[in-house]
Design a protein around this ligand. Structure first.
Ligand SMILES: *Cc1c(COP(=O)(O)O)cnc(C)c1O
Length: 389
């Protein structure tokens, strides 16, 4: 039992506390970093290639190609498919900005599709409705750690000859019908940003694929399109995962499965606690499909009836961290206004008004979770008292 638990009520609950996961590994981190320092191989040291192998294996993909960030992974995948002006790429609007900005940056058009309200993931029917002869690819996002409907998405892609680029940045080790994300589409994109389930000590990213030729192309594009040295067949970029990041990520890799299980246990505990408190009638809990494996990067509830912001403030008053992923859908972002009017995306716009992500990190304690659920309970009992009075 932690000191906090034995003291009864936690003084505060952070949305995420990376230090709790990192602290027990301190000695290993220092040793790994020292090895890199001594080697002097700060770029493309052996740790980088070892991590590529391990991430590929974890995703059941044949090849892993590292890069500087998850955003770059998406950009490089699109570049390697020669996507550019005149091309359309179907993306969700309810996602992190990078999913669409990668498309935009190459002069192609991000075409936004609505989500399934239960999973928050891109809705295959909405994808099918916006396919045109210019469509080249689909980027399904495995949002919050839950795999998108890949069977339907792959079927649409096969019917129209489209690439499927999985944005798996939030979903490492998540599974769809027993298959890990990153090897279900044509290419998988991962991020090692510190808040992701496998978080580094800075930025980092990885692409995974089963296609040997395409893996070589990804390597070419991440290294200035240079092969051999000082000969450039294409215009690539400089996007490398540095050896220090790879070394720290390798220290974390053996823990990743256990950390994912801990997130899953926390999600199950929230479910029980909310149900016991009768709170599942006030807020809508996130759904997990038993045939797929959710990696729970976020535990995202829906707070209906316009009460989300008030509940968030109530939690903040109780020193409980929460976050809104994402408050403004991408089709409503100012930077995309020049694309002209977007068709309204009903479920996306509704989700943006209702979602609230609660603490779910692996080391979160049961006492902290009880405190979170009690605080939500208190919020609703205050409302009911007001309603009666
Ligand atoms: C984090 C994230 C990215 C971008 O990853 P970075 O490493 O921060 O560049 C892309 N897509 C999604 C869905 C993400 O959550």
């Amino acid at each position: 039992m932690s000191a906090q638990e034995s003291a009864g009520r936690p003084a505060s609950v952070p949305l995420l506390d990376v230090a709790r996961g990192n602290a027990p590994l301190q000695t290993e981190f220092v040793a790994a970093l020292e090895t890199v320092l001594d080697s002097g191989r700060f770029v493309f040291g052996p740790e980088v290639f070892e991590l590529e192998k391990q991430i590929a294996a974890a995703s059941h993909a044949k090849y892993g190609v590292s890069c500087a960030s998850g955003s770059d992974a998406l950009l490089l995948a699109l570049m390697a498919y020669d996507i550019g002006p005149g091309d359309e790429v179907i993306v969700p609007s309810f996602t992190f900005f990078a999913t669409a900005s990668a498309v935009w940056r190459l002069g192609a058009k991000p075409v936004f599709a609505d989500i399934d309200p239960v999973t928050f993931n891109i809705d295959p029917a909405a994808i099918a409705a916006v396919v045109t002869p210019n469509t080249k690819a689909i980027i399904p996002v495995h949002l919050f750690g839950q795999a998108a409907d890949m069977t339907s998405i792959n079927a649409i892609a096969a019917a129209h000859d489209l690439w499927v680029i999985e944005d798996a940045c939030q979903a490492i080790l998540a599974e769809y019908d027993g298959q890990p994300v990153g090897s279900i589409g044509d290419v998988g994109c991962f991020s090692f940003y510190p808040t992701k389930n496998l978080g580094g000590m800075g930025d980092g990213g990885m692409m995974t694929t089963n296609d040997e030729e395409f893996a070589a192309k990804l390597r070419l594009y991440r290294g200035h399109g240079m092969e051999p040295r000082y000969y450039h067949s294409v215009v690539g970029v400089n996007s490398r995962l540095d050896t220090f990041q790879a070394a720290t990520l390798l220290v974390k890799m053996p823990k990743l499965a256990q950390w994912t299980d801990m997130r899953r246990e926390n999600a199950a505990r929230y479910g029980e606690l909310f149900q016991t408190a009768g709170m599942d009638e006030c807020v809508i809990l996130p759904a997990e499909y038993p045939e797929h494996k959710h990696a729970w990067n976020q535990y995202t509830i829906r707070v209906p009836q316009g009460r989300r912001d008030a509940l968030r403030k109530h939690l903040a008053d109780h020193k409980i961290g929460s976050e809104i992923y994402y408050p403004v859908p991408l089709h409503q972002q100012a930077c995309f206004a020049s694309m002209g009017e977007h068709a309204s995306l009903v479920e996306t716009e509704k989700a943006a008004l209702e979602v609230l992500s609660l603490p779910i990190f692996p080391e979160l304690t049961a006492a902290e979770q009880r405190y979170v659920v009690e605080a939500v309970d208190k919020f609703y009992s205050t409302i009911q008292k007001k309603a009666v009075a």
